[in-house]
Design a protein. Structure first.
Length: 390
């Protein structure tokens, strides 16, 4: 048995990894449209001897490689989709598709997993089953690619004992690896709340039920959800993002509508936000003789890392880059559909530094940092080798 993969193991492959990453960057595809990216990925995997399954939950691709007699199995996941943003980087390899851009670094995530795939197929330094998941439509909250792949039998057709994924992290040094056990990224839900009052003349408000007054009372009462109903050592957000009502100065409106964003890191708190919102809205409306319609739009759940698999992944990270480049991640209020996998399988989601001066994710000036490619590929390769070590 040869040594486990290290960053140096990828020195010779680095130029090719950069070329692949930039090719993907120049040819971005929106969520649910990742046809060419998927075809490229599938072709690469096949050329290295993987058993490849296409069109899993849309444009999803799964590459499977079984080596030896080991009965453990692992899944590693990369996302492939881009965003409806017009790139402003001016880079030589900038997007060639008008209005579409890899502004979240999924080009880097895909290149990293391909790099690990090639290495692992050549070194074959493991015993067990490797499942490489190339997922479409991460940026599609209403139609998550992770959910589509699971609905298409991902874990039944390609069983795994644990699943791992990573996302680049602007603000952390290139090559730094961050994670934390338990909640890492937020659940994100939204709600639409309409208060139905009774229209009247502005001069005779006692003849109507003013939905703007009722809705205002609701907005103020909602401020007690986090401050009074959520454990003070936990984090949650209730934001009223829009508030609309009325048409003219001299009219008491018939209804008023607001939309809300709810963020949380614990399933129980996610539920609390919803139940308190409903109770407060209904009770406030009832007090004024009004009524409410409330519709929730479920987003991604929180990314909740398994303690054991996270300890394992962080140990691999320390072996690769040393303790000074491994850090406990802060809670991240963004959301990520890898969360869905973690509701079914133990695993860990990691963050990979994208440089301290990196533009923010989803910014038109953003670019994935190529200096992190070999670290990412080595992380996946070593993690798979160690997980499937007989
Ligand atoms: Zn994104
Ligand atoms: Zn992303």
């Amino acid at each position: 048995m040869t040594d486990f993969a290290s960053i140096e193991s990828f020195a010779a492959a680095e130029a090719r990894l950069v070329a692949v990453r930039r090719q993907l960057h120049a040819n971005p595809e929106l969520s649910h449209q990742e046809e060419k990216t998927a075809a490229f990925v599938a072709g690469q995997l096949e050329s290295w001897g993987y058993e490849v399954t296409r069109n899993v939950g849309g444009h999803g691709v799964v590459g499977r490689l079984k080596v030896g007699e080991g009965n453990r199995s692992i899944a590693l996941r990369a996302d492939m989709d881009a965003l409806p943003i017009t790139e402003s980087t001016g880079l030589a390899y900038a997007s060639t598709v008008a209005g579409v851009m890899h502004a979240c670094g999924h080009d880097g995530h895909t290149a990293i997993l391909l790099g690990a795939a090639e290495y692992l197929a050549q070194s074959r330094n493991f015993s067990g089953t490797l499942n490489l998941i190339f997922q479409p439509a991460e940026e599609s909250a209403g139609r998550s690619g992770a959910v589509a792949m699971m609905d298409d039998g991902l874990f039944e057709r390609f069983p795994c004992d644990a699943i791992f994924g990573l996302h680049n992290h602007p603000g952390a040094p290139a090559g730094m690896i961050l994670s934390r056990p338990g909640p890492l990224m937020a659940a994100s839900d939204s709600a639409t709340l309409t208060v139905h009052g009774k229209g009247a003349h502005a001069a005779r408000p006692h003849l109507g039920i003013d939905p703007i007054v009722v809705a205002s009372a609701i907005v103020m009462a909602l401020q007690t959800i986090v401050s009074r109903s959520v454990d003070s050592t936990e984090v949650a957000v209730v934001t009223v993002g829009t508030f609309h009502g009325g048409t003219a100065t001299n009219i008491i409106a018939d209804h008023a509508t607001m939309t809300l964003s709810l963020r949380s890191f614990q399933p129980a708190i996610r539920e609390t936000l919803k139940t308190r919102l409903k109770a407060i809205a209904e009770a406030q409306a009832a007090a004024w003789g009004a009524r409410v319609d409330l519709a929730f739009d479920e987003g991604y759940p929180a990314v909740v890392n398994d303690a054991e698999e996270t300890a394992f992944a962080m140990q691999i990270a320390r072996e690769l880059v040393g303790s000074s480049l491994v850090a406990e991640s802060p809670l991240i209020p963004g959301s990520e559909d890898f969360a869905h996998y973690l509701t079914r399988k133990p695993g860990c989601f990691l963050r990979l530094g994208n440089g301290e001066s990196s533009a923010a994710l989803h910014n038109p000036g953003y670019d994935f940092n190529d200096a992190s490619l070999t670290t990412g590929a080595a992380l996946w390769a070593r993690l798979a080798e160690r997980y499937l070590h007989s």
